[in-house]
Design a protein around this ligand. Sequence first.
Ligand SMILES: Nc1ncnc2c1ncn2[C@@H]1O[C@H](COP(=O)(O)OP(=O)(O)O)[C@@H](O)[C@H]1O
Ligand SMILES: [Mg+2]
Length: 251
Amino acid sequence: MSALLEVTNLNKHFGGLHAVKNVTFSLERGEILGILGPNGAGKTTLYNLLTGFIAPDPGASVVFDGHKLIGLAPHRVAALGISRTFQLCRPFIGLTVLENVVVGGLGSGGHDGPDLDARAQALLRQVGLAGKERVAVEVLSYGDQRRLEIARALAAKPSLLLLDEPFAGLGSGEIADLSALIRQVHAEQGLTVILIEHKLREFMRLVGRVIALDFGEVIAEGTPEEIVQHPAVIEAYIGRDAIATESGDAA
Ligand SMILES: Nc1ncnc2c1ncn2[C@@H]1O[C@H](COP(=O)(O)OP(=O)(O)O)[C@@H](O)[C@H]1O
Ligand SMILES: [Mg+2]
């Protein structure tokens, strides 16, 4: 079976800054792939390129499940089965928790209103937000907002979920809970996941394979064990974010 995602020669310049540099990788169905890299390495830009939020430089190819993604608008990419969460939560203010998830499911096809509602409620139970359906999103705790963000992304019924620093700003208990949730949706729904994270401890337990980026470029690829010992990775973190810290939350 062919790879779920094939990324070839992805580049992005912002003026003189080469933010993503000759990135090539493939992703198999059912994988949890980790993207590791210091702040400014180009991780979020990579997601923005994959999901149609920004256009890559000419010469790139991104093929997802047999579909060429380059040139597609974000909603078209989403409709093909790629959902993402954002580094900073972006709930729809003024809506309830349940309404936020329902909106996330609109356009996923084959659902009428009551159906969407029931599915949204099931997702909220799954992410541990049962009982908070009618609550206004503004009053949710930060940890609950991160859970909502995942429920909202899952409502679109993705086959690929892109998580951008889902543990940022959470305490260790909340990180363990969210980590278990990611594992659960991966196992139960056969979801393929790409995870960008700074919190190394949980990240390394969660992912099967890691691609390390530095200054937009892939500097190493391997198992979590190989990556933490890789000279280029250690070098990339020296004098910047220490690789063992659990504090790197910055955008
Ligand atoms: N829209 C943009 N315009 C100009 N520069 C950008 C833009 N988005 C990101 N950058 C720059 O590209 C580099 C990579 O950013 P980003 O992908 O957000 O890094 P990461 O997510 O790995 O911390 C940074 O130097 C950042 O300032
Ligand atoms: Mg980022």
